[in-house]
Design a protein around this ligand. Structure first.
Ligand SMILES: [Zn+2]
Length: 342
């Protein structure tokens, strides 16, 4: 184990990069997009995982008699994912047992360039650096920026960083610190981002709609998200913005959205040019899950003339898993593997 802070950060990051190489993660993610499935990685290294309500703890790593990890069921998915990655880091780096509480993990999720405590526990610094490097590798941030058409200057905008955090499966705050750590934004920009909490971004995206609370996330989805994975929670909302060639009679078929178990909360069209009727428009649809029940599957939306439904001019397909957060029992990754094997 490293004896100084910089060495510990390096060790953790390198161990995460090695595991990605072992799993061929980069090639896989370039095909499917979305965030790194840390619970699937835990299965991949045959590390027993127990999900359960934990009293005062987010997670734990116990190396003896056989190694295993615990992750709480009492937190949102992004925190569960960070905790699982932290515990996976302890395992990969052959650490001593660790009981990780809120103060531990959430305070240090920052991974700043300098230690936040006077005498940091190097084993914990290594595990945190592992978690950041594993869930938010630089190449994955680069992939999402390229896919979404975000420029370096866009990473200073709260609404962009919020949408990036959803696609990475990380919390907004952890994403701002990671962008800072990779020198993609300056410290001042990071501080400014953290002063724009996601709650207001969610309110803005949902416009008039008021959910019972703002714990769920709001995904802004466009054609750029086609063929990618959406990994979210049952109380999430979706705002779709799709170019529609309604002047030529082509309309997005929102029945497909309803048939997949979504409720349409709002549906309208915005004109993108002001030259008159018949120009391109943006179809703007807000949707949530029916009865807030978790669901996973594939959703395809076609843009077609209603009288020629079989000949769409464009199609958006999304693979989604909205069954988060992780619940007691098998992880969602493990359930998936069991179903596929059955
Ligand atoms: Zn720990």
């Amino acid at each position: 184990m490293a004896t100084d802070y910089a060495g510990a950060v390096r060790n953790g990051a390198m161990a995460a990069a090695r595991l990605h190489v072992e799993f061929g993660t980069q090639a896989k993610m370039q095909q499917q997009g979305g965030g790194i499935d840390v619970f699937d990685a835990v299965l991949g290294v045959h590390l027993p995982l127990l999900l359960r309500p934990l009293d005062g703890l987010l997670g734990a790593y116990l190396p003896d008699p056989i190694p295993g990890i615990l992750v709480t069921t009492e937190r949102p998915l992004s925190i569960q994912r960070f905790t699982a990655a932290h515990e996976l880091g302890h395992f990969r780096l052959r650490h001593r047992p660790s009981l990780d509480d809120e103060n531990n993990i959430l305070r240090r999720m920052t991974m700043t360039a300098t230690p936040t405590a006077a005498d940091p526990d190097m084993q914990e610094v290594e595990a945190d650096a592992f978690a950041v490097g594993f869930l938010m590798p630089r190449w994955l941030i680069g992939w999402h920026c390229l896919r979404q058409g975000w420029l370096a200057s866009d990473l200073r905008k709260p609404h962009v960083v919020y949408q990036l955090s959803l696609r990475l499966g990380a919390s907004y705050e952890a994403t701002t610190w990671t962008l800072q750590r990779y020198n993609l934004i300056a410290g001042e920009a990071g501080r400014a981002l953290r002063q724009s909490p996601p709650r207001q971004l969610k309110i803005d995206l949902l416009e008039g709609h008021r959910p019972s609370d703002y714990r769920g996330d709001v995904w802004l989805l466009t054609e750029r998200d086609a063929d990618t994975r959406i990994d979210g929670s049952r109380n999430d909302h979706f705002v779709l913005r799709l170019n529609e060639h309604s002047g030529g009679g082509y309309l997005w078929n929102m029945d497909q959205l309803r048939e997949s178990g979504f409720v349409i909360i709002h549906d309208d069209r915005e004109s993108t040019d002001h030259e008159g009727v018949g120009g391109p428009v943006v179809r703007h649809v807000t949707a949530g899950l029916e009865l807030e029940e978790g669901q996973r599957g594939q959703l395809s939306l076609n843009e077609a003339r209603p009288w020629q439904p079989g000949s769409p001019i464009s199609r958006v397909t999304l693979n989604y898993d909205l069954t988060g957060p992780e619940e007691q029992g098998f992880s969602r990754a493990e359930r998936r593997r069991l179903l596929e094997a059955a």
